[in-house]
Write a protein of this length. Structure first.
Length: 272
């Protein structure tokens, strides 16, 4: 299979001069986590100049450098990643997956003759994880057991720092070894935007440091067992729009499986 076979063809884009609040609203409306960024050049042609993700927004809004600025003052161009990695629609899926893993990114913009023709993300790859051998591989064989967790009473800025340092998109929230919730880059971005709207500028730096993980985290998190086939786990993640899902049993949390783990599995199986 090739990139063109599974990529989304109706790509939602954002202009570099729009503010990040506009970008985030587009992501929420279309249930996506990244947007290609375009610029209209002197010839009135729209050219690709970057990509912006939920994580980009969360990381920038939580930085002390921009502590007092409301989201409406942030242009997409100040937050986006310029010169994004792209894919050719005729590339093999395994090649695209390897490029994403090598660059630590969650999506590729498909470009043909300078035009944006599609977008392929980790979610698109999940749809291919059906049938043999995915039915025969269990979550236990692919999950990550080297867990990074955080507690409900920890500060939100600490969660943001973990996401930056560990280059991850979500953190399980635990207390006394028990799973209490999950916090993602998207949750942090949404909280930061809401916070900046209602808190007066002079109080923002102090109050933002007092936001707690429990104020923002998602509770009653769905879990799966170690013996769940990865094909079933992939469908659960797709149906619920999860990027990762905790693995647990009666004794507590055992690990987590993410879209990245599926991407690695696809690459490995393609090489066999």
């Amino acid at each position: 299979m090739h990139v063109k076979d599974i990529m989304a063809k109706d790509v939602v884009v954002v202009d570099k001069d729009q503010n990040i609040h506009d970008a985030f609203k587009l992501m929420k409306k279309h249930k996506i986590s990244r947007l290609p960024v375009i610029n209209t050049n002197q010839n009135h042609q729209k050219e690709l100049v970057g990509i912006i993700t939920e994580k980009d927004i969360a990381l920038r809004l939580g930085s002390s450098k921009y502590g007092n600025l409301p989201p409406s003052h942030f242009h997409v161009s100040t937050v986006m990643t310029p010169q994004p990695v792209t894919a050719d629609p005729t590339q093999a899926l395994s090649t695209a997956a390897e490029i994403m893993l090598e660059n630590g990114i969650g999506g590729l913009i498909a470009v043909e003759s300078g035009d944006i023709v599609g977008m392929i993300t980790k979610s698109d790859f999940l749809e291919t994880c059906q049938g043999k051998p995915y039915n025969e591989i269990t979550v236990k064989e692919r999950m990550n057991t080297d867990l990074t967790t955080i507690e409900p009473q920890d500060r939100l800025v600490h969660a943001r720092r973990i996401i930056i340092d560990k280059k991850i998109g979500r953190i399980p929230v635990t207390e006394n070894g028990e799973l209490q919730g999950m916090i993602t880059a998207k949750d942090i971005a949404l909280a930061m935007m809401s916070f900046r709207k209602v808190v007066p500028d002079k109080y923002k730096p102090a109050r933002i440091r007092n936001l707690l993980v429990e104020d923002v985290m998602v509770q009653n998190v769905k879990t799966i067992s170690e013996e769940t086939p990865v094909s079933e786990a992939a469908m659960i993640m797709l149906d619920n729009n999860f990027s990762g899902i905790p693995v647990a049993d009666d004794q507590g949390m055992k690990g987590i499986i993410t879209k990245t783990d599926f991407l690695k599995l696809i690459v490995e199986l393609e090489k066999v």
